[in-house]
Design a protein around this ligand. Structure first.
Ligand code: KIV
Ligand code: ZN
Length: 513
């Protein structure tokens, strides 16, 4: 009989701590819905005390999600815990995750607290958290570099105080599998009442060992793994959800646990997170990379054709890769379009959003021969489904680009209901277009990232553009897709400007707290 392995997804919290990966409230809700659909057990929706924007997003997710526990992170202080408690209040099932550092270097140099003070603060934190929920997780930050005797002591105290999940983070990705597994095994053996709590692991990937350490810990008795989609996260990232889940499933002969994850939702989740954050997935990334199931060498191709399992340990379709072309064409109706979106797990909130996406679909179908599911995912970005949120709208764009001449762009923007014209020369057509937009918007935002990816194959593929802008300490990602990459770029730039314009409440990044 297999035991349950709790999958705790922290894409919306630790994942969002990747530089530039910040998401809007609407984007976080979209990701949370996808995580729920994938049957993640716990969604760490954010860090409520980090900013009013984070608080709102957690609260909205708590109101929306019914089939996963919704969790907020909180430092071990009263204000953080009360903010977390308030944010998760609407959740059907809510958790507070509180943490304090336990390694000598963190206690002495960062917290400037003695070990006794740290234990006392941790116990108090659990007391405050219990005013809101019985589902309380305690993390010993930098447990990977903490003394085992001290971990035994603090875990004993917080369990007595009411913690129900005990997390042993390798915060700086310093551990190696055998040693980390040994730490977890010793803790489970030595901490009183260890069998009354769920033991959890949270491994960073600084040495590329996040997944290996997490899996070694599962073999040592851990029954919760904290992970993120595409391994997104602080610095080198966190253990990747898709790799942990598929390892446990593919090597069921080795692992005494099973998850409740619907693996067919993994690739859609990966694409969604990559599109929203602007973090591309490397082609050779396990499970979700474009080449993860591609066989290049003749010997491999021959083997797979003769018997798939000669070179494949998982099936692409089991993790959600599909070859599905849209069987609808430009003459297809709104209902057929809507039902394909539903099959893809894309739910639009209003008829207005559906109409806007459908209009874009028709427009695309006129220009593009075959429409793939990936095209549909790109169609539902914010600027398409929520045009009313757009302060800046693209009305017209023209670029003149000739050999030996400097490209010149002209744009017309609708800004808050009034049309403005701008024009500029630039190093290339995209540069000229961005400058023409700025000649109107005058945002002064700094361009941190510009990237273009072909969504599908063929020269008529849509280019998906991500533009990352920074202004006044805030960073936003804009997306745009079109078969014309200058138009896609203009849309992506305007999408980022609209986010800068509308998310003024997000005054502090998580890392600033
Ligand atoms: O890496 C870490 O230690 C964390 C904790 C807050 C769990 O993210
Ligand atoms: Zn972390």
């Amino acid at each position: 009989m297999k035991q349950h392995l709790v999958i705790f997804d922290t894409t919306l919290r630790d994942g969002e701590q990747s530089p530039g990966a910040s998401m809007t409230k609407e984007e976080k809700i979209r990701v949370a819905r996808q995580l729920e659909k994938m049957r993640v057990d716990v969604i760490e929706a954010g860090f409520a005390a980090a900013s009013p924007g984070d608080f709102d997003a957690i609260q909205a997710i708590a109101q929306t999600i019914k089939d996963s526990t919704v969790c907020s992170l909180a430092r071990a202080n009263e204000n953080d815990i009360r903010r977390a408690g308030e944010a998760i209040k609407p959740a059907k099932s809510g958790r507070i995750h509180t943490f304090i550092a336990t390694s000598p270097i963190h206690m002495e140099k960062k917290l400037r607290m003695t070990p006794d003070q740290v234990v006392e603060q941790a116990v108090k934190a659990i007391g405050w958290a219990r005013e809101y929920t019985d589902d309380i997780e305690f993390s010993a930050e930098d447990a990977g570099r903490s003394e085992i005797d001290f971990l035994v002591r603090i875990f004993d105290e917080v369990i007595k105080a009411g913690a129900t999940t005990i997390n042993v983070p390798d915060t700086v990705g310093y551990n190696i599998p055998e040693q980390y597994a040994d730490t977890v095994r010793q803790l489970i053996a030595r901490v009183p009442n260890a069998d009354k709590v769920v033991w959890s692991v949270h491994c960073h990937n600084d040495l590329g060992l996040g997944v290996a350490n997490s899996l070694a810990a599962v073999l040592a008795g851990a029954r919760q793994v904290e992970c993120t989609i595409n391994g997104l996260g602080e610095r080198a990232g966190n253990a990747s959800l898709e790799e942990v889940v598929m390892a446990v499933r593919t090597r069921a002969d080795v692992f005494p646990v099973e998850t409740r994850i619907d693996a067919t939702q993994i690739v859609p989740a990966s694409k969604m997170v990559s599109q929203i954050t602007g973090y591309p997935v490397q082609p050779n990334k396990a499970v979700v990379g474009a080449n993860a199931f591609a066989h290049e060498s003749g010997i491999h191709q021959d083997g797979v054709l003769k018997h798939r399992e000669t070179y494949e340990i998982m099936r692409a379709e089991d993790v959600g890769w599909s070859q599905n072309k849209l069987v609808l064409g430009k003459h297809s109706g709104r209902n057929a379009f809507k039902s394909r979106l539903q099959q893809l797990g894309i739910e639009l909130d209003s008829d207005e959003a559906l109409n806007a996406a459908f209009a874009r679909f028709k427009e695309l179908a006129d220009r593009k021969h075959e429409i793939f599911d990936e095209d549909l995912h790109a169609l539902v970005s914010d600027d398409v489904v929520m045009p009313e949120h757009e302060h800046y709208k693209l009305v017209y764009s023209h670029v003149c680009s000739e050999t030996g001449e400097m490209p010149l762009a002209k744009v017309i923007l609708n800004v808050g209901g009034v049309e403005h014209r701008g024009e500029a020369a630039g190093g290339g057509p995209v540069d000229a277009t961005f400058k023409a937009i700025e000649s109107i918007a005058g945002s002064g935002a700094e361009l941190l990232l510009y990237s273009v990816n072909a969504i599908t194959t063929g020269t008529d593929a849509q280019g998906e553009v991500t533009t990352r802008l920074a202004k006044a300490g805030r960073i936003v990602n804009g997306n745009g897709a079109d078969t014309d990459i200058v138009i896609a770029s203009a849309r992506s730039y305007l999408n980022a400007l609209n986010k800068l314009y509308s998310t003024l409440d997000k005054v502090k990044a998580q890392g600033d707290v």
